[in-house]
Structure formats: structure tokens, C-alpha cells
Design a protein around this ligand. Sequence first.
Ligand SMILES: Nc1ncnc2c1ncn2[C@@H]1O[C@H](COP(=O)(O)OP(=O)(O)OP(=O)(O)O)[C@@H](O)[C@H]1O
Ligand SMILES: [Mg+2]
Length: 378
Amino acid sequence: MLLLKQTPKPDDEYRRLQHFLANLYVSTPRQMVESLRQEGYVGQDNAVKATCLFAFRHISRLKKLYLHRIDPRLLPKKNNILFVGPTGCGKTYLVELLFQKVIKLPHVIVDMTGYSETGYVGQDVNSVLTRLLYAADMDPSLAAIGIVCLDEFDKLASSHNRAVFAGAGTTKDVSGLGVQRELLKLLESSDVPVPVELSHSDYAPRTVISTENISFIACGAFSGLKGHIGRLKGEYIGFGRTPLEKGIDAIAVDYSDEEVEPVRNFQQFGFLPELIGRFDRIIPFHALGENELTQILKEKVSKRWAYEFGLHDIQFEIDEEVVRHIIKKSITRETGARGVEATCIRYIEDAAFEAYSSPGTKKIRLKMKNDEVEYELS
Ligand SMILES: Nc1ncnc2c1ncn2[C@@H]1O[C@H](COP(=O)(O)OP(=O)(O)OP(=O)(O)O)[C@@H](O)[C@H]1O
Ligand SMILES: [Mg+2]
């Protein structure tokens, strides 16, 4: 194996890092929250605050380390956080917006589903850092201060425990645990041999990257966790339904800080307690409510369609009644903001088809008639 060792840091690398950090504008946590709101992020007040504080502390720690040259032993250690919440409530979107629009740090969002499928005999978990290296324009010292988002983290739950938990009986393998063990090393501060190219070869050249200053954000819906917590407590909690039928759990569930705190809840779900223990903070996300979904529909989904139709000189209008109807439908889908988009497409598709096929159309209006959504072209 070809190992390109990069420590101790050569002077020019150190200077590049200092230059990058000196030019990295860091706003206050509150300003970050405001920027996210301006970008259209709705709700999740506590999660947004906690995440902006996490980002602020990550950057100020780096500045203290590299610009003020404070002894790392005097500084707090890097933080890892875990997002838990129902599908479509804005977990991945928060990471995307924060690190693409608000803070320009090397970052990568890696879908862990692929790693759980291939298990420990397949994809090398360290290649998560290869992706970060790409995001840092192949500069290992920049990659070493970045953010890694382990998306769909819950899919790494060991199938054994999941199956037992879901009441599915026996099971074949425990592949998830291999990946979890590999991740333990990444999440703590260690020197990791990272392949410099994304290939399946063990002989790909490697460079050593320390994860001492890389922060990890894991995201997962952990569907079924809620029912499990309920069962552990000897009670059933659902989205307005009690008890839950045949072990099926509601999708759009809310978690409290107290519910996500105990590591044993995740252990029962199929996670190594020591892996969950590597996360300094577990942040619950809530199912988006009626008001939040309405805001997303009006300020994002509908505006995006209006923009698209506008490019064809067509005006687009949705009656208030239709908005309420769409929100009601979306809530029953229990897929959060994704449900809003999906429901909208269903109603807009026909109108768009007709409008684009009828040159001269100037306006599309969605309205209610006999409890159904209808479109009107003019
Ligand atoms: N809080 C929110 N504010 C504004 N838009 C949102 C919000 N939550 C979700 N959306 C919209 O819904 C889409 C899907 O959300 P996102 O990818 O963040 O879901 P998720 O919580 O990661 O769900 P999953 O667990 O299924 O991955 C986003 O791309 C965004 O357009
Ligand atoms: Mg997601």
C-alpha cells in the first residue's frame, strides 16, 4: 500500500490553512439562524439553534487552533452530532443549506445506505473521507477541518437487532455492525489512511488524514424507534393513534430530548452503544405541522412552479382553499415537506400538460370544486 504521510504539517500547508481560516467569515450563531430562515428553512427552532451553535463552535475552535495557535489540549474537543426525526422534516436540508449557503467549509453528505448494503466486505468506510478530500479540492489539510454528514445513518442498524425488534423473527447476517465498528475510528480523533481515489482496490494510493478536527453529523429517521421507546417504557405512543397496530409505528412522530438521550434505545434499534456514545449531542427534529407545511407550500413549492410557468409567460395562482386541501392531504401522507411537493405535483401536472400544449395560455388557477381540486386555464 502506498502511503503518503502528511504529518508533521509542512509549512506551506499550514499557511494555506491559516489563509483559508483567516478569510472564512464567521457570523454569530443568531446571524446563521437568520440566514437559514432567509434561505427558506422553516421551523425546527431548537434543532436549528443547536446546529448553528455547533457550526460556530467548530469554526471558532479551528481559528483558535490555527490562527491564535492555542494549545489543542486547552481547547474543547471537536463535536459530533446526531439528527433524529421523521422523514421529510428537514434533517438533510439543514446540513445542505448551512454548509452550502451560510458557511463555506469543505463538507460532504454521504448516503450510508450503500455502506450498509455492501457491509464490511465491500466499500471501504474510510472512503467517506475520500469524498471529503474531493470536496476540499484534494487538499488534505483543508479536508482535515471539514464536516462529514453521514446521511441515512439509521440504515446501518444491524439487521439482526432490527429484525428482532421488528418482530420479523430470525435473521441471516449482522453486516451493519462491521461498518459501525469502522465508523468508531473515524468519529474519534484518529489518523486514517484515506484512499485518494474512489476505487474498490486495496492498492489505491492513500494519504493520512487526522479526524481530530473533522466534525460528523449523522442523520436518520430511525423509523420504528418511537414505538420501541414506548415498548421499553411499557406504553405505546404514536401520532394520534394508541395503541399502535401490529408493531407498525407512525411515520411522522415527534421525539423529545429525553427520548433520544438514552443510548439503550439506539442499542435496541441495532446500534453499538459506543458508536452512539461518540455523538456529543442527539438532536430531535419534529414532524412539520400545518403552519410550517403551509409556509413551505406558499414560499417554496408554489413559488418554484410560478417561476417555471413564468418562464413561459404563464401566471400561476393557487386559491387559499386549495392550499388548505393540499396541506390536509400532505399531512395524511406523513412524509413531511416531501408530501407537500408530491401532493402538489399530482394537482399541477394536468394543468401544466394542458397549458404547455395550448399556446396562448396566460394563466393557470387551481381552485376547489365539489371538494376536488380543479384547474382553470385562461
Ligand atoms: N424545515 C424545512 N423547511 C423548508 N423546507 C423543508 C424543510 N424540511 C424539508 N424541506 C423540504 O423537503 C425536502 C426533503 O427534506 P429533507 O431531505 O431534509 O428530509 P429528511 O429530514 O432528511 O428526511 P429523510 O429522513 O427521509 O432523509 C427538502 O429538500 C426541502 O425542500
Ligand atoms: Mg435525509
